[in-house]
Design a binder for this molecule. Structure first.
Ligand SMILES: NC(=O)c1ccc[n+]([C@@H]2O[C@H](COP(=O)([O-])OP(=O)(O)OC[C@H]3O[C@@H](n4cnc5c(N)ncnc54)[C@H](OP(=O)(O)O)[C@@H]3O)[C@@H](O)[C@H]2O)c1
Length: 278
């Protein structure tokens, strides 16, 4: 049976580069998805002009109708899914005049909540040996959460998705009240703290699943020149795609690290409180 891979937010940037790399080596159908159909089809045509064949489907991870339409389509056409790369995300520019409360609400909604909604819809379709890659960031290392009591809740061994969602809701509420500073000053960073914490929980749940060998990891692509970074990153999107693609292609019956944050194809200790950018 031919495999099926899906990449979100893939009309440009790192998502596009992940699709390009998978199109060259994934043993099955690769879906480039995008919330804007026109931009998505343009990206597909660009790959075709390079001799690469991928499929397209519209997918806005913030829109439950779009998510459900896509999940139904994958179920009917392929009966299952073998790779999901959760790449779609937003980040406000430092210069953006939007109030922090709004930035926090929107960033958590897209990068954490919407990703979670997509997982809820697509995880039931994952087949044994499926791989999931959550594109996270070292901008969301645990030590950006300054309050020790709040921080420790993210690493509780038996943390549930519901508890994690409440923590992020609390951050959004504190931001609304202008009382977030002692917890965390970065909306984007907090969204990625949430995504990396979610990855650990998801792996714990896969380990109990009757479908064997489903592996999820979080990946930091590095500082990449894309629209998100205002093209200031020193890596190309193709370089940024390397770790997510590596984790996408982890071999069957993988016994190595899982449920963790990776960068440059190595595990990063996300909980290291002394961690700084070198
Ligand atoms: N660039 C970096 O240095 C860097 C560093 C660490 C982590 N990352 C992570 O890498 C991933 C890709 O980032 P990038 O740099 O390639 O950013 P980008 O160039 O801004 O691309 C982001 C992609 O996500 C899509 N997207 C946003 N909201 C969406 C939604 N609701 N539904 C579907 N797609 C949506 C965008 O679609 P539109 O074109 O329609 O807006 C775009 O295709 C993100 O998870 C980001 O947080 C990036």
């Amino acid at each position: 049976m031919s495999k099926v891979a899906v990449v979100t937010g893939a009309n440009k940037g790192i998502g596009f580069a992940i699709v390009k790399s998978l199109a060259k080596q994934y043993p099955g159908t690769v879906y480039l998805t995008a919330r804007n159909e026109e931009l998505g089809l343009k990206a597909v045509r660009e790959l075709e002009s390079q001799g690469l064949k991928v499929s397209f489907h519209q997918l806005d991870i913030e829109n439950l109708e779009s998510i459900n339409r896509f999940a139904k389509y994958i179920k009917e056409k392929h009966q299952g899914l073998d790779l999901l790369v959760n790449n779609a995300a937003i980040a406000y520019k430092v210069s953006d005049p939007a109030p922090f409360s709004e930035q926090a609400k929107n960033t958590i909604r897209t990068n954490f909540t919407a990703t979670l909604h997509l997982c809820d819809a697509l995880f039931p379709l994952l087949r044994p040996h499926a791989r999931v890659v959550n594109v996270s960031s070292r901008g969301g290392m645990l030590n950006i959460v300054k309050d020790a009591e709040f921080r420790n809740k993210f690493i509780k061994e038996d943390l549930t998705v519901k508890e994690l969602t409440s923590l992020l809701d609390e951050f959004v509420e504190l931001s609304r009240l202008g009382k977030n500073e002692h917890i965390c000053k970065s909306a984007y960073g907090m969204s990625k703290v949430g995504l990396t914490a979610l990855t650990r929980i998801q792996q714990r749940e896969f380990d109990r699943d009757e479908r064997k060998d489903i592996i999820v990891n979080a990946a930091c692509p590095g500082f990449v020149a894309t629209d998100m970074s205002s093209h200031r990153g020193q890596l190309t999107p193709d370089q940024g795609a390397e770790t997510p693609v590596y984790l996408s292609l982890l071999p069957e019956k993988w016994t190595g690290p899982k449920g963790l944050l990776w960068a440059e194809k190595n595990v990063v200790d996300w909980t290291d409180l002394s961690w700084t950018w070198k």
